[in-house]
Design a binder for this molecule. Sequence first.
Ligand code: D5M
Ligand code: FE
Ligand code: ZN
Length: 516
Amino acid sequence: MPLEAPARIVSELTSRGYNAEREAVTQLASADQTDAVLERVLEELPEDALVVRTEHVESALAGLDSESVISSSRSESDPSVSTGTADPTDGGSVSSSPVETGGYSGGSREPTDPDLRSLEIVGDMTGESTGTGEYEDFVSVFRDRLEKLGSKLRGRVNHRPATAIEDMPGGSDVAMVGLVNDVRSTASGHWLVELEDATGTFPWLVMKDREYVDLVDELLCDEALAMQGTLSDDSGIAFVDSMYFPDVPRTYEPSTADRHVQAALISDVHVGSEEFMEDAWNAFADWLHTEQAQHVEYLLIAGDMVEGVGVYPDQDEELEIVDIYEQYEAFNEHLKRVPGDLEIVMIPGNHDAVRLAEPQPGFDEELRSIMSAHDPRIVSNPSTVTVEGVSVLMYHGVSLDEVIAELPEDKASYDDPHKAMYQLLKKRHVAPQFGGHTRLAPEEEDYLVVEDVPDVFHTGHVHKLGFGKYHNVLAINSGCWQAQTDFQKSVNIDPDAGYAPIVDLDTLDVTVQKFS
Ligand code: D5M
Ligand code: FE
Ligand code: ZN
């Protein structure tokens, strides 16, 4: 079999309008007569299928087998394994064969019975803001973070408060739950991590030769974790034996819809920018009216509806619409193009006209009355919505810039934005580090803690498309509808513009539609 076979198979399928599971491609590549099997798979594929799956290949192989055209060289894989569930690094980025959408044939969408729908907002802090920006608010938001995330860690270690650890005899086994206050390297190449709890701080030393020293690279200031180890002779420092993160349990079982229904997850429309891709947007809206998009009943928009004004220096040079209200009016006109029977949920982003500090409450009454097309649900950034039983945590994603800047390339990068999202899931906080890019509005409560594990985590902001599963949670960063800006050119950000990832809510599989 030629080495390039999988790539050829993927491009053949893409050119005919199909996506494929990675495992299905492997099976096709290892079949004796790849082309014959591929033709058979496509012949037998159900009309509404967009993705070639292992079961399709297996049934084609079985058919051909019984006609004894094929010898049995196929792999013995488990057809129940779906993409991205087994390996947290497995996933998709835009390079993995999106479906080219062009020239729509066939019928138009039939409206679905609205009674079948279910959409519930479970986390929306709009109207709940109590913070006044005083010092006490910062104290209470961090106390609440430690309380909420600590409760996920306390059962795992026999922890003690920082001040009590100092008084324990040298050589004792100790553990502590706290927020990371500081991380620095020592002269001898070890790492010193200072943990803080409600009583004070305590230094923990991670030796450079320990197997988990890699985890130090992942640490961000202000994230919550537990450390366990051995006290030094003078009880002034502890040597780390293990670290625990709040994390998502490996065995997490996401909920799924009990009928075949899909959601389109998008973000970063940036209406009002000269780079807003109106043609791509119109193609998307037109596609939603086709039979192919029949099952897309929800549209989730994760922030940056408009380009805004004065968000970045020199931004005004690339504005097509300079008035912020006119930008929202134009956005509303574009929203009118999508089918009226879609349920729409939207949260604000850093370009939107709400406070910049997170959590960002949903748009005010004036903007709500402008963005009234199809009566969207307008909620805070972040928010959780339960769609057909599937909980979706929506967060615009400003902290992703920071996670990508601070962590090594293999753990978080613009090319694989979903891996940066995995880190947020592991830390159970959408914006752990306070002080840099990400502005935090101190509130009595830390609304940015991921208290309950979501089934889907949806972000945007970095204008790159990428998705994958982390401990069975589907993480999707949804690209944008804005072509490369001058700033992005200057820093080599090559945006993924004009793609719409579509999630099957009954299986949590993803297909990508391309409109640019
Ligand atoms: O930002 C889209 C992406 O580009 C995000 O990764 C931040 C980055 N970006 C864009 N413009 C700037 C400027 N001027 N400074 C720093 N970073 C920038 P979005 O905010 O969604 O447009
Ligand atoms: Fe954006
Ligand atoms: Zn943004």
